[in-house]
Design a protein around this ligand. Structure first.
Ligand code: ASP
Ligand code: MG
Length: 525
């Protein structure tokens, strides 16, 4: 059983929906197709929701009309009249429900997360209708299913967490019989259903996650993520001209890549696949014959060198110094408590070699910069019976070099620091895990792009010629993945970011480099 997921660009207009349908039809049965909303539709729906809440009815209506227009354009591309009419009637219901939801938001004068979820779900629901009708119009028996009946989640609207056991039960009850009947089942990505029956969403970009959740629930042999890039790239091609497709990465490597800024996969996507050892393939609808990137438990295959370099920008480096080592745990508890309460995402944590300093790399874009975070932490540490120093540096980026084989060797980090040092790129902090999957350094954001380029030049060697002197084709890769997916000997206990974590904080470089904006340190009295 194969699950194919198509992203927003891959179903952006009528022609692309037809191409996606053709790609799905080329896969063996049984198969399920998971769709995102057409590119741009989710943003339009959010715009409509916000305008409705603000009482700006004309803008809300204009945004809803733009969404309807996009869908009608795609429906017109369905050649078979009967299927076009069926889809039109279903779309009509979805658009009427959207108008109703917007009107009730306007009446309430505010936008609850559950309203937003119901409203944005329209994009995926409409696309599932359009894709199923397109398939049937091409003589492929197909049916759409709204995933709020299948993917069971908690009630955290906007970023709901799935309940895998219930999802499995619902998939068995709702989807399995349709697959057994020989239908291609088209499911909405991005959405789920809360215990109270309301529609939830899994967070922006969550359709990838839907695909692996559904793949795991249906015991898929493979999940294919069809997107607009040819696979996982060795670097952002806008920054590194010779970035290339990485043929194979492990689950751990893929998770580190997503965590540290590679845009190709939603960060949670890999988790459901790990649990059941399902291979995930990242493929491009623009180049459907290319092999893409295969993500499996095992990272072997390509090479044991570093595979990709990514950067995550807009971070703060927060440091907390305490006078005595034994105060550290108490201070950390307070810091973590406050960060969690404020919804600040902690990217990495390190302890300086002095052992009385903790450094937190955090993403606090939505919560204000250093000034706010610093004030808040000084506030929570105020009640402690020791004095703590809170420092904060803005405009920090982490640059991650991913590749389990190379990263596990201590010499690689040494060489990485050497390469960066020669290029006069200040390193604020480095990570050391055991075993490393990614080597991570924090640098001032102004240096991030050059750091990525320099590391890519130094570590990502030209693609090795395969045994037969040419690239492995899809069929061979598929055969390879089949043999590998039954190989369960190597199971990671640590997970992507797991293992023993130790960081080094390069404090001297941090304060001495002029490119760095170091905010004043506030001392708690
Ligand atoms: N349509 C949703 C979004 O734009 C989900 C997705 O694209 O995966 O976030
Ligand atoms: Mg998307």
């Amino acid at each position: 059983m194969i699950v194919l997921k198509f992203g927003g660009t891959s179903v952006g207009d009528a022609a692309r929906v037809r191409e996606a349908a053709a790609i799905a039809e080329a896969q063996p049965m049984p198969r399920a197709v998971v769709v995102s909303a057409a590119g741009g539709v989710t943003n339009k729906l959010l715009e409509a929701a916000r305008a409705a809440a603000a009482g700006d009815t004309p803008q809300a209506q204009a945004a809803a009309a733009a969404v309807r227009q996009r869908h009608l354009e795609i429906v017109r591309g369905i050649a078979a009249t009967d299927e076009r009419l069926v889809a039109l009637a279903e779309l009509d219901q979805l658009h009427a429900a959207l108008d109703e939801s917007l009107a009730s938001v306007t009446a309430a004068g505010s936008l609850a997360a559950r309203d937003t979820d119901r409203i944005v779900a329209t994009g995926e629901k409409a696309m599932s209708v359009l894709m199923a009708a397109t398939l049937r119009g091409r003589d492929t028996p197909a049916i759409h299913v709204f995933a709020d009946r299948v993917v069971a989640t908690d009630g955290r609207h906007g970023s709901a967490r799935p309940d895998r056991a219930r999802t499995r039960e619902q998939a068995a009850a709702v989807v399995r019989p349709l697959l057994d009947d020989g239908l291609t089942v088209v499911l909405t990505g991005f959405i789920g259903g809360a215990p109270d029956g309301s529609t939830t969403t899994l967070g922006r970009g969550g359709s990838d996650y839907s695909a692996t959740l559904l793949g795991a629930a249906l015991d898929a042999d493979e999940v294919q993520i069809w997107t607009d890039v040819p696979g996982v790239l060795s670097a952002d091609p806008r920054q590194v001209a010779d970035a290339r497709v990485v043929p194979q990465v492990s689950y751990d490597e893929a998770q580190e890549l997503a965590h540290f800024g590679a845009k190709v996969l939603h960060p949670r996507t890999i988790r459901p696949a790990v649990a059941r050892g399902i291979p995930v393939r990242i493929l491009s609808t623009f180049a459907p014959d290319e092999p893409g990137t295969l993500v499996t438990r095992d990272s072997a295959g390509a090479s044991d060198g570093l595979k990709a370099v990514t950067a995550l920008r807009g971070l703060l480096l927060v440091t907390v110094d305490v006078p005595e080592l034994e105060d550290l745990a108490g201070a950390s508890a307070k810091v973590f408590g406050a960060l969690a309460e404020d919804g600040v995402e902690v990217i990495s944590v390190s302890q300086a070699s002095s052992r009385r300093r903790m450094a937190y790399l955090v993403d606090a874009t939505a919560q204000g910069g250093c000034a706010r975070v610093q004030r808040r932490l000084v506030g929570v540490l105020d009640g402690a019976d020791f004095e703590a120093d809170v420092g904060c540096t803005e405009d920090v980026a982490v640059v991650a070099a991913v590749g389990a084989g190379a990263a596990a060797r201590p010499a690689t980090l040494a060489r990485m620091l050497d390469v960066l040092g020669r290029a006069a790129i200040p390193v604020l902090a480095t990570s050391q895990q055991d075993p490393n999957v990614a080597l991570v350094v924090a640098v001032p954001v102004a240096h991030a792009e050059r750091a990525v380029r320099i590391l890519h030049d130094a570590f990502i060697r030209p693609q090795p010629a395969s045994a037969r002197g040419r690239r492995l084709r899809r069929a061979e890769l598929l055969a390879e993945s089949e043999s590998r997916s039954v190989d369960r000997r190597w199971v990671s206990g640590a997970g992507g970011g797991g293992g023993e974590l130790e960081w080094q904080c390069a404090d001297s470089i941090r304060t001495s480099h002029p490119a760095l904006r170091t905010e004043g340190r506030e001392r708690r009295e």
